[in-house]
Design a protein around this ligand. Structure first.
Ligand SMILES: [Zn+2]
Length: 180
């Protein structure tokens, strides 16, 4: 009787797609889902799909960046209008308050713009909420402000909506691509 001893070794090697360590017994990479035991075509399709997702992710990140710039822009505009109000207001008691409020708002907008690099969804939502709140408060105290710079305001709102959508899609793509 022929006695052959087979040694089953869990040989460790790396995934062709994500380069993480894999167990050769697995049919799919546990990190990215690459079909380790799939046909050549399945493997090629997987890589192609991954490349497409990476391109989409780049596009989403570009839109997220635009929303970050919008937050910085609003910060600068808010501070500037604080200075203008301070310079033109005839009431000495409220002019300091207006400058202070606008400066605080500007700092918050700038901080949200900075934060949007790491937590875009939370930062853009917070920025939009603050922007809406300021808009409502202005509208209540002086209704004429509703229409001042209305086109620009619409642009900003559209930018924020797109930024939020992109941040959601980017989160999903990153999850699919298994990147933090
Ligand atoms: Zn993998």
């Amino acid at each position: 009787m022929d006695l052959t001893t087979t040694t089953t070794t869990n040989q460790i090697t790396n995934c062709a797609s994500c380069f993480n360590q894999i167990n050769q017994d697995d049919a799919f990479c546990t990190s990215c889902g690459y079909p380790l035991k799939g046909s050549e075509e399945e493997q090629k399709n997987f890589i192609m799909e991954k490349n497409t997702k990476e391109i989409y992710l780049e596009e989403e990140n570009r839109q997220i960046k635009k929303s970050g710039y919008a937050l910085y822009y609003i910060a600068a505009a808010t501070f500037l209008s604080g200075l203008i109000l301070y310079g033109t207001s005839k009431n000495p008691e409220i002019k300091s308050t207006l400058l202070l409020v606008n400066t605080v708002l500007a700092v918050i907008y700038a901080a949200l713009g900075f934060w949007s690099k790491w937590k875009p969804l939370a930062a853009i939502i917070s920025g939009s909420a603050l922007y809406a709140l300021v808009f409502i408060l202005n509208a209540v105290t002086s209704p004429l402000t509703i229409f001042s710079g209305i086109i620009l305001k619409i642009f900003i709102v559209v930018n924020f909506v797109r930024g939020i959508q992109s941040a959601i899609r980017a989160d999903k793509l990153r999850k699919d691509l298994n990147i933090g």
